[in-house]
Structures are given as structure tokens and as C-alpha cells.
Ligand binder design. Sequence first.
Ligand SMILES: [Zn+2]
Length: 314
Amino acid sequence: MSTGPRVGGVHQPGQPTAPIGPRSPARAWHDAPVTGTLITVAPTGAESDKSDVPALPVTVQELVETAQDCEAAGAAMIHIHVRDGGARPTLDLGYVREALSSVREATDLVIQVSTGGAVTDGAEARVAVLDADPDSASLTCGTVNFGDDVFLNPWDLIERLYLAMRERAVVPEFEIFDLGQLTTLSRLLDKHGAPYGGHVHCDLVMGVPGGMPATAQALVACVAALPEGATWSATGVGRGTLPVMLAALSCGGHLRVGMEDTLTFAPGQPVQSNGQLVRRAAALATTALRPPLTPGEARAMLGIKDRRSADTRG
Ligand SMILES: [Zn+2]
């Protein structure tokens, strides 16, 4: 295990299990030290078509250019869904490896792969994507309706992904679409111990039609139920982007922005680029006196294993 920061109450494998519950009042979130802001960009997703959204990065070259622009604008981590030669979502390992290695060569960003894929992807492919050697991977903590679709995340798949990540020294980011999924996260940590890196980081995904609403009230309820010592970011989908961003900044959280979640910058103004969304997030974080973390600071906070080659490591 790494020597990264430890999560209070999370046991190591082989040690007696300690119960994990909500934070004690004495360690409430508003007492936590104020830090800079981790900005994650989710540039593509699996839901939008290139034909409808011409600015969406779908080729490796477009992904690399977006990644470089977003890094310059203040992003420290990138959450990647890969597209195939026809711009369709794919978990094919060849495409995923090429995308991840290209972004790693061109930037210093922490590289997170989605294990959610598209709502139609099966369990085998969602686990296999971890073989592409990401720094981090998303791990959704429960099933959620997604408009007319169902994003299936049964308990046995959650366990399987969690253990596969730890075997490969990949740091999970726990995706939380609803309050009850934090109960599942506590059950997971209680049964299996801490993730690789020893630190728990969550992303609250808010405003999906079928998940929790993109409101400050829902955000505060989730933050109160996080495992003690966890860090978290929040993502407001669509018109929830700004309310969630402002609430997260005021509650000590981090930010995820990008065209996976937001395609309209303001009423009547389509998003022009992922960099545009990262620049707005970085400006608001700086206004909040919590300026963007560098990729190096993000690695230290999350307990990321350094996979960069010696000549690109900075
Ligand atoms: Zn995603």
C-alpha cells in the first residue's frame, strides 16, 4: 500500500473490520482545512453524438488538444470515455490504450478512465478497461435510472471493479448519483478496506434525470454522509452546473466540469470547448480563494501511483 493519507475508520485488508459511518459532529466538513480546488474535466462522455455537438472531442487528436487546453486552464485530472473510428462510444482496449497513452505523453494530467462506459456496456468490458493502465477509474456505487435507460451497477459488479482496481494500483473515484449510494460505499469500505492509495475520493453527480437533484440541499445531505476523511468533487449536469459548482466551492468540495455533463454555457450559448468550462471553474475557484490544484498536488491528495516515464515526470 502507498504511504498516502489514510481514511479514518477504514480498515486494511486482513485487519479487524471497524464500522464506517458518517462523520462525527466534532469533525464536520466545515471544520476541514480549506485547500485548493481539484478541477477534473470530463470532455466527452458517452451520451452525445458528434453530429449534434461538433465541438465534442472524439478523435485521439481532439482529445489530446482538449486535454492540453484544459491543463493550461487549470484542470488537474481528466475523466475519459473513448470513442471508436466512427465516433461511437467504445471500451475496446486498443482504442482505450491509445487514448490514455496519448494524453499521458502530451500532458501531466491525472488520467481517469470511465468504467461506466455507455449504459449498454456489459460487466466484462467494464472491468477489462482497467487493463489500459489508468491512474484512476470511476466506480459508480449503485444503479440509477438515466432518462429512459437504466445504468446498472449491482453490488457484485461494484465489488469486482473495486478489487480489480486495487490489484492494478488504480485509485477509484466513487461516483455517487444518489444519497443511498453512499451507504453502499460505506458497506464496500467496511467489507474490503481502503482503496489503493489509502484515500477515499468521491464525485457527486447531480441532476441526471433519475438521480438526485442538482441542488445545494442535496449536496449538503451527501457531504454529511461521506466517510470521514474523504475528499469529494461535485458535478451538476446541464443547468445544474453553476448551482452545484457554487455550492461545492462553499462547502470545501472540488469540481468536475466538461462537455460530458454540460453542453450549454449560458442560455442560448452552446459550449464552445471544454477549456471554456474549465476556465470558468478555475475563475470561480480562484474567486473563492481556493485556486486550482496542480496535477502534482492532485496526485499527492489522491494517492496516485506515478506511471509517467522519467523524462516526462515533472
Ligand atoms: Zn463519465
